[in-house]
Design a protein around this ligand. Structure first.
Ligand SMILES: [Zn+2]
Length: 318
């Protein structure tokens, strides 16, 4: 081997070593332009783990004349800090406000990381969301994300909203207005969706997911979620930004709505036939065959069936 070959070999070995040590958390999550004012960082669709460091939701970045506004800064302090540092590389403007769509940890645990970089950012959320974070939900989420990421979420404290917003509120930040939509119990009892006025865009939070199934807890209402989607579709915006999955047009939210109504109808049908929730899973799964390719379908369908069953049972006694 001559000197040049030796140098080449050393260089190749260094490159190979570099790619081997490059962990998933060093992956550069790109910004995706939606409009001149709006960019989205798509989160991974996998469950939170030490590789994604708790990042798995869509982060929305809105540029206003007064500074940057974020929706859902990610599912861990690490994510929020990563997003904040990325914003630093593209603009001199600070993050002035953060809206958290609901109390599930993958949407708000990033508050902490944003505040490390932008201590003056004001955090907004629904009153029920603030109450949950200040109650036991906040610390439960923080402990859970640190555990499932083997500490790589880097979470140290719960940062709850400074200000509360509710249905019909319009928050003006610089040259941009943010209209809040809350229709009661839907994906949770504390969802907010946000219309970005003048941009023809709606951020749905988890009231709509695109080709993605996820957690529903005991504060969810499947029928309420359907009603909430109807409100969002009535806006007839050009861009719908879901909590998980890709941004799409007004035809996208009805696909998630169809999943919910097909599920509700299938569970009702099987209840009418006298089946218990654990007995009806094969039949309901068959009814939902069109959605089988959605991310996390197998993981969450069983719990969705159980929750719809309880909801229909409760409605029957009302
Ligand atoms: Zn959620």
């Amino acid at each position: 081997m001559n000197k040049l070959q030796l140098l080449l070999a050393a260089g190749l070995a260094a490159v190979a070593g570099l790619s081997q040590t490059m962990a998933a958390d060093e992956f550069d999550y790109p910004l995706n332009r939606i409009t001149d004012k709006i960019q989205v960082i798509y989160g991974p669709l996998e469950m939170p783990d030490e590789h994604n460091r708790g990042f798995r939701n869509n982060v929305v970045i809105v540029t206003t004349s007064a500074g940057i506004v974020l929706f859902d800064p990610g599912g861990s302090a690490w994510t929020g800090e990563m997003v904040a540092k990325k914003i630093r590389t593209i603009t001199d403007k600070p993050v002035v406000a953060v809206f958290d769509s609901h109390a599930h940890g993958d949407h708000w645990l990033g508050n902490e990381g944003v505040r490390r970089v932008f201590p003056d950012a004001l955090i907004y959320g629904h009153p029920n969301m603030k109450a949950r974070l200040e109650g036991s939900d906040g610390t439960t989420w923080l402990e859970t994300i640190n555990r499932v990421t083997s500490g790589r979420a880097d979470g140290r404290r719960v940062i709850a909203p400074d200000r509360t917003v509710d249905d019909g509120d319009e928050v003006r930040i610089g040259d941009t207005g943010f209209r809040i939509i809350h229709t009661g119990r839907a994906h949770t009892d504390n969802d907010i969706s946000i219309e970005i006025i003048g941009e023809d865009a709606v951020f749905t939070g988890d009231v709509v997911r695109n080709d993605f199934l996820g957690m529903m807890q005991d504060d969810a209402s499947f029928s309420g979620n359907v009603a909430a989607i109807d409100r969002l579709v009535d806006i007839n915006a050009r861009y719908y930004i879901p909590g998980h999955g890709r941004v799409a047009g007004v035809d996208m939210p009805p696909r998630y709505r169809n999943y919910l109504t097909t599920l509700i109808d299938a569970v009702q049908q099987n209840m009418d036939d006298g089946l218990a929730d654990f007995e009806m899973k094969p039949a309901v799964t068959e009814s939902l065959a069109a959605y089988r390719d959605w991310a996390n379908f197998d993981r969450y369908l069983g719990s969705h069936i159980s929750r719809v069953y309880l909801e229909l049972e409760a409605e029957a006694f009302e």
